[in-house]
Design a protein around this ligand. Structure first.
Ligand code: UT7
Length: 322
């Protein structure tokens, strides 16, 4: 059995924070942020919006797009670094909101690679025949764990959510080659201190603020992203020339350009949401996927390469024929 994407959804909070707004908050400039990161604006959740609010909106749109209801879904996997509560998982709030009273819902935490981890688990459940339809979500309110006085990090992140419904490919779809060809996930805990938070539930009884050694993360990101892309291409026996689009994690346009160059993929074949959305961590890949599909750049039959890298370090790559 093979898993295919049945529908996609998204949600971005209304409030937009521009680089010019940030100029009034920390010692920075629109020019520095644009030139060093490629970011121009990011969305910030309203006070009464939580990660679950964003996730539920994205999930409902993905379900409508797939022409399904909660009753059709066997499993929800929600990737986030910013859950509503320490327990229970934010995923169960989505489960309740979509009237799904069977199956299971749980969170995964793999920082910016979280959505790819969720995709990997969902894919395994589908190809093993243990689940038919799985709702996967990446949702974040990173604005809640950003130190708004730290210019090294506060200019980078944004809030948002993206979702996808994965289902079992029909015989016709299988014959056409559609579906998830492979997902590869990696982590290496030796580098966990390079992208972390100042605290956590067990250690400090707080959520802490994002702490990053940007230059080091940057250096590892380009290498790991290009390596995992190569790995997934090799394992699927696909030539990079046959890739129609790259849907990368949106952290820094220079990282994306560096990775694309290493892979030999032109920037005209890359989906970019970074300028408008900033880095939304686990939400960034599904938001880019959504944008690509809804803008018409990504179309049925195309071969899409996805790759992500984040705290842990975690990194991941996937190949999907839409
Ligand atoms: O999503 C998970 C993965 N995350 C990433 O992939 C992020 C990876 N890292 C990056 O994207 C980049 O390293 C940053 C955007 C975070 C930083 O860019 P950089 O080109 O690596 O800058 P830097 O850290 O080397 O800093 C260069 C200078 C420093 O000043 P000095 O020491 O040269 O005087 C910083 O203090 O830029 C300064 N700086 C800023 N200046 C204006 C750092 N942040 C800012 C700022 N505005 N916001």
């Amino acid at each position: 059995m093979k898993a295919v994407i049945r529908g996609v959804g998204h949600y971005l909070p209304k409030r937009v924070l521009t680089n010019f707004d940030l100029e009034k908050m920390v010692e920075t400039s629109d020019t520095w942020i644009r030139e060093r990161t490629g970011i121009q604006t990011r969305h910030i959740a309203a006070e009464d919006e939580y990660t679950s609010t964003l996730a539920i909106n994205a999930a409902k749109e993905a379900l409508a797009d797939a022409e399904m209801t909660g009753e059709d879904i066997d499993m929800i996997i929600l990737a986030t670094t910013t859950p509503d509560d320490t327990t229970p998982a934010t995923a169960v709030k989505v489960q309740e909101a979509i009237n799904m009273m069977h199956g299971c819902a749980f969170d995964v935490q793999a920082a910016c690679s979280g959505f790819m981890y969720a995709m990997s688990v969902a894919n395994q459940y589908i190809i093993s025949g243990s689940a038919r339809n799985v709702l996967i979500i990446g949702a974040e309110t990173l604005s809640r764990i950003v130190d708004w006085k730290d210019r090294n990090t506060c200019v980078l992140f944004g809030d948002g959510a993206g979702a996808a419904v994965l289902g079992v490919a029909t015989k016709e779809e299988e014959a056409s080659g559609a579906g998830i060809l492979d997902v590869i996930i990696h982590s290496d805990g030796r580098f966990r201190h390079l992208l972390t938070t100042t605290g956590g539930v067990s250690r400090t009884q707080t959520a802490g603020y994002v702490l990053m050694e940007g230059r080091e993360v940057f250096r590892h990101a380009v290498t790991n992203l290009a390596d995992v892309a190569d790995e997934v291409l090799k394992r699927a026996r696909v030539d990079v020339k046959d890739v129609d689009y790259l849907v990368p994690h949106q952290a820094n346009v220079r990282i994306i350009e560096g990775t694309a160059k290493k892979l030999g993929i032109g920037m005209d074949k890359v989906i970019l949401t970074l300028p408008q959305q900033g880095n939304t961590s686990a939400a960034s890949i599904p938001l880019a996927l959504y944008e690509g599909i809804k803008s018409g750049q990504l179309q049925r039959g195309q071969l899409i390469l996805l790759d992500a890298m984040g705290g842990g370090f975690t990194w991941a790559g996937a190949l999907i024929r839409l």
